[in-house]
Design a protein around this ligand. Sequence first.
Ligand code: FES
Length: 405
Amino acid sequence: MSDPIWPVELILDRIDELAALPHGETRALPPSAYLSEDLHAFEKERIFARDWICLGRAEEIPKTGDYLTGMINDQPIFAIRGRDSGVRAFANVCLHRMMRLLQGRGSCRGITCPYHGWAYGIDGQLKGAPHMQDRADFNPKGMSLPEIRTDVWEGWIYVTLDPKTVSISEQLEPLREVVGRYRMGDYVQLVTQDHLWNTNWKLLTENFMEGYHLPVAHKATVGAWTPPDQCEFPGDVHEAFTYQLFQKTGDAKLGTAHPDNTRLEGPWRTTSVLPTVFPTHMTVLAPDHLWYLILRPEGPGQVHVRFGAAIAPEVLAATSDLEAFREEVIGFFDRVNEEDRFVVEGIYEGARAPLSEAGPLSWLERELHDFQKYLSRRLSGYAARKPKTRTHKPGKRKARQTKVA
Ligand code: FES
């Protein structure tokens, strides 16, 4: 029988133990890792305030003044396309009395606070403030919204609150060597949706990372096209990400290169890459489409899920009825997302049950072990071996992972 929620030190010790085990001997995280308020506070400090967090796709804000909003921990943020066509991000909080400035996504020529009307340029500079001229010490010049460190990598907007964190481009360079050939930054967005699910964010990250559940939990959708023994893992453990490769079977409705795709050759034309950029950005990158999740914890028991799907440009060009295609894609992924929601909310419920225990993992859940190592490094400083980089080629479909007996 599981104990009540463990103290955070005990959870961290257990994560360190699991991270240090060989792949074939590790087990799932203990229930307390998903339930603990104290661990959640520690994750905010040690993970979310330090790592790069994905806000969305740069193509969502193509024109000057286009913006989208997001959060890191309790910090509202907006990313905006500047006049120089670059993307910058700022604190989304007014310099007067801290009203949030922008909501959702949209386009603007400037930003006006909805409370008292202080006006900002799209470069974050305060331009004017009504009825403040009588204050001798008030000078809008030189007052600007705090800028948030931003980088655009392969079409994704990443932000971090930590000025010292190694650049995301540098951290993801070994991943770029795998995914760069797809040119996913050119894929065209079809849909974004926002959801709130009743589960811990780590359960959703873990769910994404393993294909073990596909033939069962997704048997009505993607499970039939993605036999789990067709997956391949990279040979190396990386600090900031993990991924696996999937080979789609011939009858897959989605997931193979369009005849007009001249970017991908050989086995890459039927290969999907599933990168997880820790902590909360996950993508299924296929030759003809991609879909992604961006997570934002709302406490240990709730997670905001931003879901999106995009298609390769040659697929778009060959589509005669875009609206019908879009509806079909949305309907399909709605079903996939509901299947995932059912399991990750079910696991969260199970983790709270007093008789629950963390079981052994399959070799197909190898990336959960990568995630444990990441958590250990971030939360406890476990000294994992320094990751090596190596370009990965698909083709050998035999997973390198040692199977659990
Ligand atoms: Fe923004 Fe007052 S809080 S103008």
